[in-house]
Design a protein around this ligand. Sequence first.
Ligand code: 5GP
Length: 334
Amino acid sequence: SKFTLSLPKIELHAHLNGSIRRSTLSHLAALRNVDPSTTRILSHIPSTLSEAFDVFRIIHSCVVTLADVERIAYEIGEDMEEDGVVYAEIRSTPRDMGEGDLEGYVKAVLRGFDRYRLEKGKVILRLLLSIDRAKHTASDSYEIVSLAAKFRSQGVIGIDLSGDPTKGDFGTYLPALTHARSLGLKITLHAGEVLNPTEFSSMLDFHPDRFGHCCFVDPPNLARLTESSIPIELCLTSNLLSNSIPTGKLTDHHFGIHHNAKSEGSTICCISTDDSGVFGSPLSNEYRLVMDSFGLGEREVFELARRTLDATFLESQSGKNADEATGKDSEDRK
Ligand code: 5GP
């Protein structure tokens, strides 16, 4: 809708390769001779989480050079600008593109962002580096944290834990994540994409700066989550299409549990796209779906989008997290 398109939006949960433009994906697939039987997946939208992971594998088989990575990063800037996004934290899993190290990958993403900034530049872009729980070892996770620290002044501001939630173990990455925090990097964790109360509870003990998803959370952990006031990145279309809303209806999405427009202390819900290339829904559409599914008015949606600012990983001048600073201000006013 016009309103949600014009609304200045902040995107906090978007995977670089999952946000690839469909036309770019088709172009790269043809260029790389990716098997035509798999390209059917390119025109087909996944219907389970495991199908979504099949799509990521295909995208990765098409995106094979550092120039491809740079191109996707640049085009994300363009696409978000067109969609009325003003600030975005894009996450990506560094991959060895045949150069023998992961640094080249990070530099390629930052080159894409920089080129966008110089040529167009309406959207402010920052990068989070992802640890893949299905692929990375503890030592890989330390390498990714070191890379994030190394490129901090160039736009990397945090760490994400993602990848297939049915694989790997949060505990493997806890030492590197704790180290990241000690270096001043912010951390967001994919959590509750499948029901796993033990893991969710360990993640709450760690107290990340944000959580992603939180679709399946048992009642005791849900109570702790609400109490923690940790912001949550919510991706309605992604959850719907990957079959993570038990009833299959957007009106039953857990946004409804976390959003309480009237109470100031409610959890910050960061409406996000996850993988706009895979699921085919830009952020303006996600906001429209929230409006329609939960009956929010324009003012409430504006407020929802504004509150997201307090969940970004941008530093405030005092060096404190923006949301801590804001929380303090409102305490002072009381
Ligand atoms: P990339 O990190 O290569 O830029 O983006 C694709 C990767 O992001 C996938 O291979 C996967 O590790 C991660 N990813 C994308 N969407 C999801 C999701 O919905 N859940 C989880 N856990 N990981 C995801």
